[in-house]
Design a protein around this ligand. Structure first.
Ligand code: B12
Ligand code: SF4
Length: 464
């Protein structure tokens, strides 16, 4: 029996994959979703993983089952590919974020849909294919335990095509209830954790120095995180992960993370407006604590990538210029600027139905406006997001950030990481030619964005 597991790609990601320079390799890592499904596949089945960013789809080959993973923005491409294989008489199953949050949509385009985690149910899917009785929907009756997960077959990937294939997960989900978050919707505001010794055993098998913990909120359970960090420290590896900014409420935990080799944190700062945070129930962020938290991370040489979102209901045209000033003020090392996106399956999607102006999933890529903002036009929101992205990654700002980082204590370990990611973002913004990321256009936009006064601004956002 032969199974193909496929990761689709589209839009600018596809373009980047095809171009010779700035090919997006830095941002390409993991594929842990498909690797986890492959790990669960019985030994006597041949599994092939194809990442459309890396290689062509093997249309001419014959498979007994084709499994496709997809996020919302990639759903249309996943459906297109599914149609291609079904025309060739090969059954298709869809799984991952979008099929789980929108099974009724996914069901229209596939022979079967797997809702939620694959562990605990994938073996049944394989058995059903073998017996010719594939069902329409598969889901575990309750989320499977993460103890005793099978070993991840990273050898199925061409490692030269990825910045790292060393993606590991210690926990799944997040207990918080931020109303815009797909993770919260997928995992129903819960977090499951793997036994610390199993995570450490997996990481100790990785031959490289660097790995990524692709958890959603690694430090949600501080006691678990502390145990994990203590156990990781002797391995002397370097790693980055995502955590809520509230990790800084526990300076001892930050110290343990640094001693365990943490060199980078992706933090969902989202906005500098308390009203915006309250509007989406992101209660783990408090604007007045941002500065203290970032200083703490920096004091351990940990680089901070901030997730910043524009288009919240209290955002006005001043938000772009103000946010750039505040990011500079906090010495944030990298940003991932996004446009607010009401993702299907989340509370915000339901609440914002009347304001949604674009229902093409392709545009649910966090860089396009799909709803009517409250205090600006959709075009202004798009322009402001494009403007700040270009401004933040201008070469002089990147050099200043590297210089500032170099002056911090323990900065050496994170320096290459910081430089590579900043340069990769530069390449992405200025060379991928992503829609909206046109430097000539953004120069014009700058004129329309109001200037702001530093002291007034700090007082206004109550950031001490
Ligand atoms: C690591 C990561 C990335 C990495 C690597 C992605 C990759 N290709 O592996 C990078 C940085 C490249 C990335 C990029 C993006 N990401 Co991302 N990413 C993640 C993150 C943090 C972890 C994913 C992961 O590896 N999970 C671990 C695995 C084991 O869990 P899993 O994916 O749920 O898989 C299990 C089940 O879902 C199921 N399953 C999954 N796929 C399949 C397929 C089949 C056939 C079957 C049967 C089962 C199955 O089985 C698995 C095992 O149980 C998630 C958050 C999350 N919790 O998922 C966001 C997340 C998936 N990303 C998201 C987004 C929006 C993006 C971007 C669009 C961001 C942007 N603006 O650029 C891009 C899109 C990239 C692209 N076009 O390809 C959103 C998706 C929201 C949505 N509803 O669509 C998420 C949920 C983050 C969030 N909080 O909103 N991402
Ligand atoms: S803290 Fe982060 S991962 Fe958790 S629900 Fe909120 S946005 Fe999602």
């Amino acid at each position: 029996m032969k199974i193909l597991l496929l990761a689709p790609t589209s839009g600018s990601w596809k373009k980047a994959a095809r171009s010779k320079f700035f090919n997006g390799r830095t941002f390409r890592f993991s594929l842990l979703s498909l690797l986890s499904v492959a790990a669960e596949t019985p030994q006597n089945v041949t599994v092939r993983i194809v990442d459309e960013q890396v290689e062509e789809i093997p249309w001419q080959e014959k498979f007994d089952l084709v499994g496709i993973t997809c996020m919302t923005a990639l759903a249309p491409r996943a459906y297109e590919i599914a149609a291609g294989f079904r025309e060739r008489n090969m059954p298709v199953i869809l799984g991952g974020m979008h099929p789980t949050l929108c099974p009724e949509d996914a069901c229209l385009h596939a022979d079967a849909v797997l809702v939620g985690d694959a562990e605990g149910i994938w073996e049944q899917v394989v058995a059903d294919v073998r017996n010719g009785r594939l069902q329409k929907i598969y889901r575990n009756s309750s989320p499977p335990s993460l103890a005793g997960l099978k070993s991840i077959p990273r050898y199925l990937l061409d490692r030269s095509a990825y910045s790292t294939i060393n993606a590991v997960q210690a926990t799944r989900g997040c207990p918080n209830a931020c109303e815009f978050c797909a993770v919260s919707a997928f995992h129903k505001q819960t977090q499951r954790r793997r036994p610390v010794e199993e995570v450490v055993a997996e990481i100790s098998q990785i031959p490289d120095k660097f790995f990524m913990l692709v958890d959603d909120n690694l430090t949600a359970d501080a006691e678990y995180a502390a145990r994990l960090f203590r156990a990781l420290a002797p391995l002397q590896k370097l790693w980055g992960t995502q955590a809520a900014i509230s990790i800084a409420d526990d300076p001892e935990l930050v110290r343990l993370a640094a001693e365990a080799g943490c060199i980078g944190l992706f933090i969902g700062i989202e906005t500098f407006s308390e009203a915006n945070l309250n509007g989406v129930a992101k209660t783990c962020n408090r604007v007045e604590k941002y500065r203290e938290a970032i200083r703490l991370f920096h004091s351990y040489g940990i680089a901070v990538e901030a997730g910043i979102v524009f288009g919240f209901d209290n955002d006005r045209m001043t938000v772009f210029q103000n946010t750039l000033r505040l990011l500079d003020e906090l010495e944030i090392d990298m940003i991932q600027a996004s446009i607010f996106t009401p993702l299907p399956g989340t509370k915000r999607y339901t609440d914002m139905q009347a304001r949604i102006i674009d229902r093409d999933w392709v545009n649910y890529d966090f860089h396009s406006v799909v709803f009517q903002p409250k205090h600006m036009s959709a075009a202004d929101l798009q322009a402001g997001h494009d403007w700040i992205t270009c401004e933040f990654y201008k070469p002089w700002r990147i050099i200043r950030r590297l210089w500032r980082h170099a002056k911090r204590p323990r900065s050496l370990a994170a320096m290459p990481y910081l430089a590579v990611v900043n340069m990769a973002y530069y390449g992405r913004v200025f060379n991928w030619n992503i829609r909206g990321f046109n430097p000539a256009e953004t120069r014009k936009i700058q004129v329309a964005i109001p200037e702001c006064n530093r002291a007034e601004l700090l007082q206004q956002v109550k950031m001490n």
